[in-house]
Design a protein around this ligand. Structure first.
Ligand code: ADP
Ligand code: ADP
Length: 228
């Protein structure tokens, strides 16, 4: 599903964020991306979403070379990816249901489809009776559920989550992780950048560790930190 071939990224200011990176992520995998601040995690995510282009190397997503992809193809590619952020990024003047509906509207869904899909997805994330609430009326965990609903409503191939539990307490974090696991079990690939060592160590998923723009560890059923 995702292939990086000898990818390097040097920003305009000369900072080398990724260095000759090669990695493959298969459909249906659940992958944690770990590493210290500045290791290159966000850059890797931006390359997949084509917010940045590599300085060298190729990036493939869903069988397409997204470096060579034409600009007008980019929105279609991005629809196959659901993004979830640490700071939620919900539209504050829209209710939970409207936030989810908006994600459908921009892909051209009909009013009928939206009416059918929004309650279904809100129920899937455990917000059946909360569609009418504004983000400010919801707890952090609930806001993150809305973000997840928004990310999955277009049935993406891949969910990229950047520190999704970074603003949540441990119990709420676990509830959110159960939701991601549930989504993964339904076949969606998940790539999650996180600093939450408890979650990584408990879930026993693939762990890709970056340091200074290089993969320093890539383990099936890995842990957050291998050095003691
Ligand atoms: P992480 O997400 O692991 O913290 P980043 O990918 O954000 O790592 O950053 C990797 C390196 O690239 C860091 O040294 C960071 O300062 C630098 N960097 C990130 N984005 C930019 C940018 N837009 N311009 C210049 N340097 C950047
Ligand atoms: P948490 O356990 O994450 O701290 P909160 O105490 O913030 O949760 O919220 C508990 C419940 O109260 C949630 O179901 C939320 O929807 C509801 N709630 C919180 N703030 C408001 C508000 N301003 N208006 C309406 N409902 C609210």
């Amino acid at each position: 599903m995702i292939q990086f071939y000898n990818v390097s990224k040097v920003y305009d200011n000369g900072v080398k964020a990724l260095s000759d990176l090669t990695l493959h992520i298969k459909k249906g995998e659940f992958v944690f991306l770990v590493g210290p601040s500045g290791a290159g995690k966000s850059t890797l995510i931006k390359l997949i979403f084509r917010e940045e282009l590599p300085t060298r190397g190729q990036v493939m997503f869903n069988g397409k070379n997204i470096v060579r992809m034409k600009g007008r193809e980019v929105p279609y590619m991005r629809r196959k990816i659901g993004m979830v952020f640490q700071d939620f990024r919900l539209l504050p003047q829209k209710t939970a249901a409207e936030n989810v509906a908006f994600a459908l509207e921009i892909t051209g869904a009909s009013g009928k489809e939206i009416k059918r899909m929004v309650p279904e997805v809100l129920e899937q994330v455990g917000l059946k009776d909360k569609g009418h609430l504004l983000p400010s009326q919801m707890s952090g965990g609930e806001q993150q559920r809305v973000c997840i609903a928004r990310a999955i409503v277009n049935n993406p191939l891949l969910i990229i989550a950047d520190e999704p539990t970074g603003n949540l307490d441990p119990d709420t974090s676990w509830e959110i992780m159960k939701l991601f696991q549930d989504i993964n079990r339904r076949g969606t690939t998940i790539l999650m950048a996180t600093h939450d060592s408890g979650i990584v160590d408990t879930m026993k998923k693939r762990v890709i560790a970056l340091s200074n723009g290089c993969v320093v560890r890539d383990e099936e059923s890995g842990v957050y930190r291998c050095e003691l």
